[in-house]
Design a protein around this ligand. Structure first.
Ligand code: RB5
Length: 145
């Protein structure tokens, strides 16, 4: 069954979101794009919260959020219990985010990394799978309620 990936960005992440959407869409990856549709200025928390709801409602398996730095998106997303959003700047981080942290959202900075590196980071994230075991005890301690 295809992996259901939901993507969203603000204006600062729009260009990278579009690049990644084209590169990642395949028979194995079914993409839902929540916007934005252009570079008009918006508020990144609106997009982050909508994407988190999509995952928490069971309508996507993993999420990809892009803003200028990735920082604001990760801050907003991580306010949701059950969401583990990882801001990554290299492929090792994104692989570990899946394998050790069971991250369900990857955050990227469209003004920080180029499309080629971003694609490597995203591919590691999508290919990685949670290892379970000792990591579950640690993940269970992340949410405070
Ligand atoms: C928008 O200018 C910028 O602040 C936003 O994309 C993001 O970088 C926030 O963390």
């Amino acid at each position: 069954m295809a992996l259901r990936l939901v993507m969203a960005s603000d204006h600062g992440g729009f260009a990278l979101k579009e690049d990644l959407k084209k590169a990642l869409e395949s028979a194995d990856v079914l993409i839902t794009d929540l916007g934005v549709p252009n570079e008009s200025s918006v508020d990144y928390p609106d997009l982050a919260h909508a994407l988190c709801e999509t995952i928490l409602d069971g309508n996507a398996d993993l999420g990809l959020l892009v803003c200028g730095t990735g920082i604001g998106m990760s801050m907003a997303a991580n306010r949701h219990p059950g969401i583990r959003a990882a801001l990554c700047t290299d492929p090792y981080m994104s692989r570990m985010a899946r394998e050790h942290n069971d991250a369900n959202i990857l955050c990227l900075g469209g003004r920080v990394i180029g499309p080629s590196l971003a694609l490597d980071i995203a591919r590691e994230f999508l290919d990685g799978s949670y290892e379970g075991g000792r990591h579950t005890r640690r993940i269970d301690k992340i949410d405070l309620r």
